[in-house]
Write a protein that binds this ligand. Structure first.
Ligand code: HEM
Length: 480
């Protein structure tokens, strides 16, 4: 029996005209938790109606389209980026170029390792200063600066010092975008609401215009001193791809490159910032929270670092294979607090089916990664933070114990920055834990494990005390 023959309509949440299933979704819980709860009543795959859109919630398979929404259109000049751009020949070509450029500058490249290590060291010197002054620290701006600088070096071959006004402006508009875009806000569900004044939409437009000014400036500078012979960064790689597509007369490339405009290039760089900074920073913040909650996990990582890396040098990417407990801890953080618990919505590009259910072309598909990562049938005690679940029985090798583990998504739309993000998580955490033990400041309570749902699942603000480990007290490194 094929799945098409077996197709049937999906279990569906009750819906009213105009407002659709909105009443069933009224809940004090964030959407990923609410949707997981609804599985008990409607099964693993079910549908609901939001405004005029049919939305489908499912586990697993990915579809390559993206829905257009009011807020993401404002952010991306009507989908001229990669993350929110719909599937098309231009999009495929575009993603291929960026993937190639990221491979050259991001994955496996020695220079990006150096950039990340320099940022990790500068982060450690901030921790060292705070420790010497006996201060508890909000790590959030420091982590954001470190991760932003990695992306800046990658995209523009430049970085920021603490307190740089351009960097401060960037922090401010980024937060404005995170707070207002793609949160399933009412204008995205009911686009006609745009005719009314809307504070969130105004803020978003303001932030996007500040971002665009900065992107345009960098773009113009790169165009002015572009050379075919030197490739300094991602923007140069994009400029080169655009030029060679324009100059190439072969039918295949010129047809594919149709529409690869200046807007596409600018929005792609905007995407790399949007997708690359907030996500990685948020995972680092969650990692620190779980390390504070589980001092024994910190001790295990430090013992591993001491025995495999020692005291004379900093950890490098080539140490990854010999530090399985640290790698397992990173995997567990990505499981227990997936930064994108509902991924980015997908769209079915043609009539199809999921399991026994019919799915019509144009249906939005939301994959509940939260529920995959917290499924009791797949994970023993899913609420428990246990890096050991990613280790083999003698603790020497890494495993993925369940197919229900997709922190970077899967398929055509899998995260473009997965390799880079993993390098950053490893190098930042190994450097910090080699030198410091993290704990809750005296008089503070443990940081909350509850996330705030938005474009990413963000932890609440918290402070941390970084105590230099014995042997590292007296500034054993240079401040950068
Ligand atoms: C998409 C996770 C870091 C670039 C995604 C998706 C997830 C994800 C879950 C959506 C997949 C889907 O819709 O099915 C993460 C996590 C990160 C991270 C957990 C950090 C730990 C990065 C970095 C970059 C990046 C550093 C850039 C250098 C992108 C892009 C997309 C994406 C461009 C859109 C892909 C597409 O729609 O084709 N990421 N990401 N991400 N990510 Fe990441």
């Amino acid at each position: 029996q094929t799945s098409v023959q077996a197709s049937q309509d999906l279990p569906r949440l009750p819906a009213l005209p105009l407002i659709g299933s909105l009443l069933s979704l009224w809940s004090p819980h964030p959407p990923h938790v609410l949707f997981k709860g609804l599985q008990g009543k409607y099964g693993h795959t079910y549908s609901l109606k939001m405004g005029s859109h049919k939305v489908l919630l499912k586990k697993g398979k990915t579809f390559a389209g993206r829905p257009r929404t009011v807020t993401t259109d404002v952010l991306t000049r009507d989908g001229k980026d990669i993350a929110f751009g719909d599937y098309s020949a231009t999009w495929r070509f575009h993603r291929k170029i960026v993937h190639g450029a990221l491979c050259m500058f991001g994955e496996g490249s020695a220079s990006i390792e150096k950039i990340i290590c320099a940022e990790a060291q500068s982060l450690c010197s901030v921790l060292s200063e705070a420790a010497a002054a006996g201060l508890a620290l909000d790590l959030s701006p420091e982590l954001t600066r470190a991760v932003t600088n990695v992306i800046c070096s990658l995209c523009f071959n430049s970085s920021y010092r603490r307190g740089d006004p351009e960097f401060e402006a960037m922090l401010e508009y980024s937060q404005g975008i995170v707070d207002t875009v793609a949160k399933d806000s009412l204008v995205d569900i009911f686009p006609w609401l745009q005719i009314f004044p809307n504070a969130d939409l105004c803020l978003l437009k303001q932030c996007v215009s500040i971002r665009d000014e900065l992107l345009q400036k960098k773009y113009d500078e790169h165009k002015a001193d572009y050379s075919d012979h030197v490739q300094r960064d991602l923007l140069d790689a994009l400029l080169r791809a655009k030029r060679s597509a324009e100059n190439n007369n072969t039918a295949e490339v010129s047809a594919e490159s149709v529409g690869l405009s200046e807007d596409h290039l600018l929005m792609t760089v905007g995407d790399i910032f949007g997708a690359g900074v907030e996500t990685t920073t948020t995972v680092l913040k969650w990692a620190v929270i779980y390390l504070i909650h589980h001092p024994q996990v910190q001790r295990c990582i430090q013992e591993e670092l001491d025995s495999k890396v020692g005291w004379g040098r900093s950890p490098q990417l080539s140490d990854r294979g010999s530090l399985p407990y640290l790698e397992a801890t990173i995997r567990e953080v990505l499981r227990i607090r997936p930064v994108a618990p509902l991924l980015i919505p997908h769209v079915a590009l043609s009539d199809t089916s999921i399991g026994d259910f019919t799915v019509r072309k144009g249906t939005r598909v939301i994959i509940n990664l939260w529920s995959l990562h917290h499924d009791e049938k797949e994970w023993k005690n899913p609420e428990l933070f246990d890096p050991g679940r990613f280790l083999n029985s003698d603790g020497t090798g890494l495993i993925i114990p369940s197919p229900s583990y997709l922190p970077f998504g899967a398929g055509v739309r899998v995260c473009l920055g997965e390799a880079l993000a993993k390098m950053e998580l490893f190098l930042f955490l190994s450097q910090i834990l080699q030198h410091f033990t993290l704990s809750v400041p005296p008089g503070h309570s443990l940081p909350s494990l509850e996330g705030k749902f938005g474009v990413v699942l963000q932890p609440a603000k918290y402070k941390v005390t970084a105590t230099p480990r014995p042997g590292w007290e007296r500034n054993k490194w240079q401040a950068h």
